[in-house]
Design a protein around this ligand. Structure first.
Ligand SMILES: [Zn+2]
Length: 506
């Protein structure tokens, strides 16, 4: 049972490092985040769902960029690792590295002939061709080894990190605690990978957060920070010793991680299919290299469906913000940065005084376990007015359905959050209650009609239909007070509300 727990944070903005010279950031807060989550612990399944909806993590801090409001919109990109077509130039890189390990440095021209005879290319064979544990024990010029280990701190890793940050990113301010927060700490709870048969010994046994160490002649030359999740290998960060610059270790690491995903799949792990290389930032030329791996897909910023990168490029070229599912939502207008600080005023359960009481905490976690809600992110195991609490799914992942209870920003003041039931959705006609000025209303496109279960003040009968974008999360079940534990908040049957006439199309 892996329960996910975290403290949500509302929209915010930060400075941007992509549209400024190396080592600098914008002076204004031009990169907007739609939401944040300080994660105590996350099941790998929940985190997979989150990154499929635009989230990333930095240590235990998770964030979801707001592409529409940011100077450099960042799109989630994935490479189909199983159908990966490795380009000629990337094959060359692998071959060059292997030749270096096996035979040492040689003039380029000498080896060209041998290479052109090659007819078939298998990525995982090529990746491991010169690696300890895969190639023969004959004496080679160098000894190349990789080690995949759960993420952990060592002074050797920290030294490599400092060197890399200093020489490659002109970043001089590094501390062991900063390194730990950024690249060692992880909220992911390791869970066994359900291989269909016992996997080769170099493959991981668990999903979770890892460091992949690259060692040449027993010297640490690079580290890949990766998450291994149910559907993908996700690259978090890569750092290398700048003395090894000439071998393009960053590109080699992407090839190795793509190979890892397909090897895990080949060993019978269901679901595994892709390499997530982090965000693709078209507006920043030096970040476009992620598009050099084919076939790659971008997640639509509004529907999160995957679109082939080639189909996205024309829109990305034309607009600052590109929406692939609804091209007319794209805009070339500059970002408005949305630096407005409209935080939602709810108390996450672990910040509540109740959470400090061990008995209450045990009680709550116990009943969540009993409800088999392992796949839920208890982002909003919230005390609502300190009286009752509820579980919700990941913010904004909810498919809005009439009958759901949702938490939404008040249309009258975004600082406040309301908890209401959706009575009608777009196209439906509602017979209103006082004080609404007219007896009947048709819910406009993109809107919902919400009402409280027990009382009707401050709901759609006073403020009318609300944009569905105000919905923050959907309530899944009540867990407190004890007598309401397990009560589902969702209407079990699609029983139409007596005052609602469904839209003709439904
Ligand atoms: Zn920027």
């Amino acid at each position: 049972m892996a329960i996910s727990v975290g403290s949500p944070a509302g929209p915010m903005a930060t400075t941007c490092g992509y549209c400024s010279p190396p080592g600098n950031r914008t002076t204004t807060k031009s990169a907007a985040h739609a939401a944040g989550l300080s994660a105590n612990q996350l099941s790998c399944q929940v985190y997979q769902q989150m990154i499929d909806r635009g989230w990333r993590r930095s240590g235990t801090w998770c964030y979801k960029p707001n592409l529409k409001a940011s100077c450099c919109p960042s799109y989630t990109i994935k490479l189909d690792a199983d159908n990966f077509k490795v380009s000629k130039s990337k094959r060359k890189l692998i071959n060059r590295w292997n030749r270096f390990i096996l035979h040492g440095k040689q003039p380029e021209s000498k080896t060209l002939h041998a290479k052109s005879k090659e007819t078939t290319f298998f990525l995982s064979n090529a990746i491991h061709a010169a690696e300890v544990g895969f190639c023969s024990d004959d004496p080679h010029e160098h000894r190349f080894e990789t080690v995949l280990e759960p993420s952990s701190y060592s002074s050797e890793k920290f030294e490599l990190y400092c060197k890399y940050q200093r020489d490659v990113h002109s970043d001089l301010k590094n501390s062991p605690s900063g390194f730990k927060h950024f690249l060692v700490d992880s909220p992911l709870i390791p869970a066994p990978i359900p291989y269909s048969s016992s996997p080769p010994s170099h493959l991981p046994v668990n999903y979770g957060s890892y460091h992949q160490l690259y060692k040449c002649d027993d010297q640490l030359i690079a580290i890949g920070v990766i998450d291994i999740l149910p559907d993908c290998v996700s690259s978090v960060y890569f750092m290398y010793d700048p003395e090894w610059e000439e071998f393009s270790l960053g590109k080699l690491s992407a090839l190795r991680e793509a190979s890892l995903a397909s090897e895990i799949k080949a060993a019978g792990a269901p679901g595994m299919s892709s390499l997530y290389m982090g965000f693709y930032i078209h507006s920043c030329p030096k970040m476009r290299y992620k598009g050099d791996y084919h076939p790659s897909y971008l997640a639509d910023p509004e529907t999160y469906e995957w679109f082939p990168l080639e189909k996205c490029i024309p829109l990305l070229e034309k607009y600052r913000y590109a929406c692939f599912s609804q091209p007319d939502h794209s805009t070339a207008e500059p970002a408005d940065a949305l630096a407005k600080d409209n935080k939602i005023t709810v108390i996450p359960v672990n910040k509540s005084p109740y959470w400090k009481d061990e008995e209450v905490r045990r009680d709550i976690l116990g009943c969540i376990a009993g409800l088999a809600c392992s796949q839920l992110l208890i982002q909003t195991l919230r005390f609502y007015g300190e009286t009752w609490q509820y579980l919700t799914d990941i913010p904004s992942t909810a498919v809005i359905v009439g009958g759901d209870i949702v938490a939404l920003k008040s249309p009258e003041n975004a600082k406040y959050e309301l908890v209401k039931r959706i009575i009608a959705i777009e196209g439906d006609t509602v017979r209103t209650l006082p004080p609404y000025p007219v007896p009947e209303v048709r819910v406009p496109k993109g809107h919902i009609w919400v009402e409280g279960d027990a009382f009707h003040s401050q709901d759609s009968n006073s403020f009318g239909p609300v944009p569905s974008g105000l919905v923050d999360s959907r309530l899944v079940c009540l867990i407190w007070p004890a007598w309401r534990i397990g009560s589902s908040t969702r209407a079990t049957t699609p029983d139409p509300h007596p005052r609602v006439t469904p839209a003709p199309s439904r």
